[in-house]
Design a protein. Structure first.
Length: 292
């Protein structure tokens, strides 16, 4: 077991919000989940009254439907819904599992905190959320589970450090591309463009050196129907694989898209040495966008 380093409240900490349609979430079977179309006009019209983050959610009634998130940090919070239609669910962090019920006689205010843990060790963790359906008599036959978003706290730098933000656009000369990338117009992306490849093994790399005592890196891109899995390698670390499709309309085979920049990868608490990050497309018939 790694040494325990709790959240240092004096450090430069930052909350990372992970919406339900962000590709860093791995839905083990996307067809088990339903979600509203984020591009629909009805959703846009209800934006002022919709309680859900960015208007979307993932909902399932399939027992054992699950979603996985790998994260680094000492705190994690899961937000969803509680009410008459919801049942039990399990939350596993690393090898420890807890079970809860989201069932209640009346609908709770949304979004509803399903799980929170501010006392994890500062290191890499794996979170799994699994629907248990109507697992207990108190669920009164209700079997749904709804996920809105996940929030995790990361440490950007030690106490007293100054943190600045630098955005590197996809067309910056510091980004090196291999494998047939093209610059496509996308009015929702930064500066109106994004880079896209349809070649298996096509990669985009950037090296950077932080001048302070610590840093974080984020990669953003769109998440659309013609994109498939991609992998990310930071320095000499392990290959981390993600799926580009954000979510599905249960059983229909249709997957919804987000053309706005969405979080495709993040890492934090990096030291001040030179770092290299590489994003690689893992399929030959679909694409990967790298927006900033």
């Amino acid at each position: 077991m790694p040494p325990y380093f709790p959240l240092n409240k004096s450090a430069v900490n930052f909350n990372v919000t992970i919406d339900d349609l962000i590709p860093v979430l791995n839905y083990t079977n996307p067809y088990d989940w339903q979600t509203p179309d984020p591009q629909s006009s009805a959703l846009a019209a209800a934006s002022t009254t919709n309680p859900w983050l960015e208007g979307t959610w993932h909902k399932t009634t399939v027992v054992n439907a699950s979603v996985i998130l790998n994260f680094e940090g000492p705190a994690i919070y899961i937000f969803g819904a509680s009410g008459p239609q919801y049942g039990s669910y399990a939350v596993t962090v690393d090898d420890v599992q807890w079970t809860y019920s989201a069932h209640s006689a009346t609908n709770a205010s949304n979004p509803h905190l399903l799980y929170g843990n501010p006392n994890l060790s500062y290191g890499t963790h794996q979170l799994t959320i699994r629907n248990l359906g109507a697992a207990h008599p108190s669920d009164e036959g209700a079997s749904a589970l709804l996920l809105d978003y996940i929030l995790t706290t990361i440490q950007l730098a030690p106490p007293g450090a100054t943190v600045t933000n630098t955005t590197v656009d996809a067309n910056h000369p510091a980004v090196t591309y291999t494998g047939g990338w093209t610059n496509k117009s996308n009015e929702d992306s930064r500066n109106g463009t994004s880079f896209h490849t349809e070649k298996h093994g096509g990669s985009a790399s950037i090296s950077f050196k932080d001048r302070s005592e610590g840093s974080a890196v984020y990669i953003f891109g769109d998440s659309v129907n013609d994109q498939g899995p991609y992998s990310v390698v930071l320095d000499n670390g392990p290959i981390q694989t993600y799926g580009s499709l954000g979510g599905g309309e249960g059983g229909s085979g249709r997957f919804y898209m987000k053309t706005q920049p969405t979080l495709k990868y993040f890492a934090s608490n990096l030291d001040s040495s030179q770092h290299t990050i590489t994003v690689t497309s893992n399929v030959s018939s679909t694409g990967l966008s790298f927006s900033e």
